[in-house]
Design a protein around this ligand. Structure first.
Ligand code: NI
Length: 398
């Protein structure tokens, strides 16, 4: 089966590069992926899949039925949105949309999803179970997975696979991570309310700027002294506004920040932990506060049995020297985690780094990918899908 998958992928390679270049030059922002979705739906229909459009706002769902011997349903997820970044790559197929760019590689993810559908549709008579392809919008704003789930895409799904490109892994290699892959990411809005007064008479006022500085300092110190250092927490205040004049004590400071954590228990406890510190500092100096803690996406926790299936598929396909077991997670966020509330899943990292020129990080205006990675991605995904059924119940040790 592996050699059949590899042969089909090799034949499809020029077409896949064409698809990826088309997507790259026509990027769309989160929630506006109309052309991308229509294009993906066209490719999927031409492979004979049952396609549903406008799922989760601008998402596409396509099903490929296997022989039905295995009732389990496997989902494969690809995200389609681009970022509000002006491309500076000078590629001949660079973005045609001013200020919008596929600099997170979602054009590659969509291509890998489509390529996997093309391969598996040619092997449908050998597939024991059904695959549901999820082409989701708005991953960058962490909304798309929620929209898709609300529209029922996870109903009946037994396992889900995902992929994200990674420029520090060379093209042709795959990164595998057991356990936490990405962090939980929450948003924080904090308003410190004091009392205004003359800059020369601090005892008659409650200085919101000074109290805000105490709150920030205490939170950062408390992370180091009260959080388990083996369960990281990052709290970044990225915006702060307060005060009107150099000689007037500020009565209000507004701060916006992001909070990242990896361990689900830590993540669950963070809102109360932060509020206790804020309340205590404010109370000590007579200020009040308003705290608005918004849950974002949870941490992606890769299921170990499914991760093992992907790892073994990649080792068999590419050899062990092209499979990296990633020792560390990322503190970035990924809304793939929302699907994992409904079924176990795993996301692997697809190396897209060039070996002979500089690579740029994700979200960089010069981010580029070595397109040799596309075949690596589709073969790994298609073979892992096949192996999923081959290995019986997903929870059985392989
Ligand atoms: Ni991304």
């Amino acid at each position: 089966m592996l050699s059949r998958i590899k042969d089909i992928a090799a034949n499809l390679a020029p077409r896949l590069i064409e698809i990826r270049r088309h997507l790259h030059s026509h990027p769309e922002l989160s929630g506006q992926e109309y052309q991308t979705a229509a294009y993906a739906a066209g490719v999927l229909s031409s492979c004979g899949l049952r396609v549903q459009e406008l799922v989760g706002k601008t998402g596409v769902v396509a099903e490929l039925e296997g022989t039905g011997e295995d009732q389990r349903l496997l989902a494969i997820r690809a995200d389609m949105d681009a970022l509000p970044i002006q491309e500076r790559t000078e590629l001949e197929f660079a973005s045609h949309q001013p200020g919008i760019m596929h600099s997170c590689g979602h054009d590659v993810h969509t291509t890998v999803g489509l390529g996997t559908a093309m391969i598996l549709s040619q092997l449908a008579t050998s597939l024991p179970g059904t695959v549901r392809f999820l082409f989701q919008p708005a991953e960058e704003t962490a909304q798309g997975a929620g929209w898709m789930i609300q529209d029922g895409v996870m109903e009946g799904v037994d396992a889900i696979l995902g992929v994200h490109v990674f420029p520090t892994i060379p093209a042709g290699s795959v990164g595998i991570r057991y356990g936490a892959l990405t962090a939980a990411a929450d948003d924080l809005e904090l308003i410190i309310i004091g009392e205004s007064g003359h800059g020369a008479r601090p005892h008659e006022a409650i200085d919101a700027i000074w109290i805000a500085s105490q709150v920030i300092t205490t939170l950062q110190q408390a992370i180091s002294r009260t959080q388990n250092p083996l369960r990281p927490v990052v709290l970044t205040i990225g915006q702060i506004h307060g005060g009107r004049a150099p000689n007037v004590i500020a009565d209000q400071v507004r701060m916006l920040g992001t909070v990242r954590s990896l361990h689900p228990e830590t993540s669950a406890a963070l809102p109360n932990w932060i509020e206790t510190i804020v309340a205590n500092v404010c109370q000590s100096y007579g200020a009040t506060y308003k705290l608005n803690y918004r849950r974002g996406v949870p941490s992606v926790q890769n299921d170990s049995a499914l991760t093992q299936i992907v790892e073994l598929s990649a080792r068999e396909a590419w050899g062990s020297d092209r499979v990296q077991i990633l020792p560390e997670p990322s503190l970035g966020a990924e809304d793939f985690s929302l699907y994992l509330d409904h079924a176990p899943g795993t996301m692997f990292r697809l190396g897209v780094g060039f070996s002979d020129k500089p690579n740029y990080p994700l979200h960089h205006p010069q981010f580029h990918v070595d397109e040799a990675a596309i075949v690596t991605g589709v073969v790994t995904m298609a073979y892992a899908a096949y192996k999923y059924w081959l290995h019986g119940a997903y929870s059985c040790p392989i």
